[in-house]
Design a binder for this molecule. Structure first.
Ligand SMILES: Nc1nc2c(c(=O)[nH]1)N[C@H]1C(S)=C(S)[C@@H](COP(=O)(O)O)O[C@H]1N2
Ligand SMILES: [Mo]
Length: 169
């Protein structure tokens, strides 16, 4: 499982990132907004559900905490969605406390389109299918809407340490 479809080509000039609250309020960031936020370097291991792991990968990005600073929400769940139509669900808490980032650099280079460029979600403490490439936004809700792989039987949470690959694991 790498990409569930063709690689979308999204230029930074058209790229936008939107967080929509459960009340339907939309907050948007352009590429230049993103570049103006304080970013950080992230060094982390990543775990694919098909058993490979990559140790000590380096990324640059903005923690989701920054985007959520001005967002008024009581939602428990988030659905990340991408250019190209991919979706994946996560508890909102898992996006906070510097555990998730919007990233655009991998090993010191701009993120290649195949790997989610211009920007992808990075949530290294969960299986890598949660790290939506070509991320376009996050929708918040009180109920958990399942994403692309979760709808076809992958685990709704996906903790690699508990090997939560499939529903019921
Ligand atoms: N938009 C989108 N994001 C996605 C996927 C996808 O198909 N589409 N696949 C997921 C899966 S299953 C994996 S393992 C990783 C692969 O990331 P990579 O291509 O950078 O290795 O992206 C995740 N994010
Ligand atoms: Mo995967």
């Amino acid at each position: 499982m790498l990409s569930a479809g063709p690689t979308p080509r999204v230029s930074t000039s058209e790229w936008e990132f939107t967080i929509t609250t459960e009340a339907g309020q939309a907050h948007r960031w352009s590429w230049s907004d993103l570049m103006n936020l304080t970013n950080e370097e992230i060094t982390t291991d990543i775990h694919c559900v098909t058993k490979w792991s990559k140790l000590g990968t380096t990324w640059r990005g903005v923690p989701l905490d920054t985007f959520f600073e001005d967002i008024d929400t009581a939602a428990d769940y988030a659905l990340a969605y991408s250019y190209g139509g991919y979706t994946t669900n996560l508890p909102l808490d898992d996006l906070l406390e510097h555990r998730a980032w919007i990233t655009w650099e991998f090993d010191g280079e701009p993120l290649a389109p195949e790997h989610g460029g211009p920007a992808r979600l990075l949530v290294p403490h969960l299986y890598f299918w949660k790290s939506a490439k070509w991320v376009r936004g996050i929708r918040l809700s009180f109920e958990e809407d399942l994403g692309f792989w979760e709808t076809v039987g992958y685990h709704e949470y996906g903790d690699p340490w508990r090997e939560q690959r499939y529903q019921g694991d």
